[in-house]
Design a binder for this molecule. Structure first.
Ligand code: NAD
Length: 327
């Protein structure tokens, strides 16, 4: 198949080339959107990532250009209008669980860094400052952690938390029996958030979860709690989170995802003026830690993404059942 791959970084090329099962791949650095969709002319499939946009307009251009398959090299599919893709007869396939541990471990890395301030210690000591002032954290042992969404990643995260001796509370529209039996306490969103020292988001971005964390739900948080979002930026109403940080209702915030990340993440703006005032404000807080959607970014996950993406493509070519089809 002739595949147009968008939002390509060097590491994508490296892994896709290594595990290619014989397809002709063209790499575009630009994201797929209404301006770039024209580039798909002459291809059979597109391969896209988290910040590529496949809305109705884009999908209609893809269909007109003869695109027969959309290959998501990620798990989340909130950036694809699945209904329109179905209507146009273009199947959408994804990589449902390439490495839940990669994201779960990154969520824990954010917690440990925010709590024990190792990023500040690293910088201090490089400047010859060996003071401990303002570096105090808290023990994770016996702390209550609220896990919102206990699918593949949430489950892996619960296992890590139990290793640290945390009390794990969870909210999911489909509670997991194994987790229940292992001692995880499920309750309503409000009850799960209440009294939690840390809240970590692991549910997908859907119409019902968009801005799940907002001015109203932030009031359910324990004063000074930590919020971690490694799922999708749209789960958090950023301006409301900023107000909660200013008032002290939120004690700290760790983000691997950001609602407007499509205009920023995966690129170098170090010599530019950042135009996004919300992220500029977030960066200015001493108790906010942001990473650039790197939760997935381990060798194991990259390999799994490439292998599963080609398996999905090969199944389509052979007219087999598309086990990882969305919708
Ligand atoms: P999953 O489908 O296995 O689990 C999602 C869980 O959320 C399910 O148990 C589901 O019942 C639950 N859920 C759905 N709607 C809910 C709601 N309204 N309230 C509470 N729970 C709800 O997905 P996963 O593999 O665990 O991934 C979770 C999310 O993590 C993905 O949707 C994606 O957005 C994000 N993700 C981020 C990265 C990263 O690099 N940061 C990488 C992969 C995935």
């Amino acid at each position: 198949m002739k595949i147009a791959t968008f939002s390509t970084q060097n590491y994508d090329k490296q892994y896709l080339d290594e595990f290619n099962t014989g397809h002709e791949i063209t790499y575009f650095e630009v994201p797929l959107n209404e301006q770039t969709a024209v580039l798909t002319n002459g291809f059979d499939a597109v391969c896209i990532f988290v910040n590529d946009q496949a809305n109705e307009i884009v999908l209609k251009i893809l269909a007109a250009n003869g695109i027969k398959l959309i290959v998501l090299r990620c798990a989340g599919f909130n950036n694809v209008d699945i209904k329109t893709a179905d209507q146009l007869g273009i199947p959408v396939v994804r990589v449902p669980a390439y490495s839940p541990e990669a994201v779960a471990e990154h969520a824990m890395a954010l917690i440990l860094t925010l709590n024990r301030k190792t990023h500040k210690a690293y910088n201090r000591i490089r400047e010859g400052n060996f003071s401990l002032e303002k570096l105090m954290g808290f023990n994770l042992h016996e702390r209550k952690v609220a896990v919102i969404g206990t699918g593949s990643i949430g489950k892996a995260f619960c296992r890590i938390l139990r290793g640290f001796g945390c009390k794990v509370a969870a909210y999911d529209i489909y509670p997991d029996q194994d987790l229940k039996e292992s001692g995880v306490i499920y309750s309503s969103l409000e009850e799960t958030l209440a009294d939690a020292d840390i809240v970590s988001l692991h549910c997908p971005l859907t119409d019902s979860t968009r801005h799940l964390i907002n001015e109203q739900t932030l009031k359910f948080f324990k004063q000074g709690a930590m919020l971690i979002n490694t799922s999708r930026g749209g789960l958090v109403h950023t301006a409301d989170a900023i107000e909660a940080l200013k008032s002290g209702q939120l004690g700290s915030l760790g983000l691997d995802v950001y609602e407007q990340e499509a205009d920023l993440f995966f690129r170098d703006f170090s010599e530019d003026i950042i135009q996004d005032d919300l992220i500029a404000r977030l960066i200015s807080f001493p108790n906010v830690l942001i990473t650039s959607h790197q939760g997935f970014f381990t060798k194991e996950a990259m390999e799994q993404i490439a292998v599963t993406s080609f398996r999905n493509i090969d199944s389509f070519v052979k007219n087999e059942k598309l086990v990882n089809r969305v919708g």
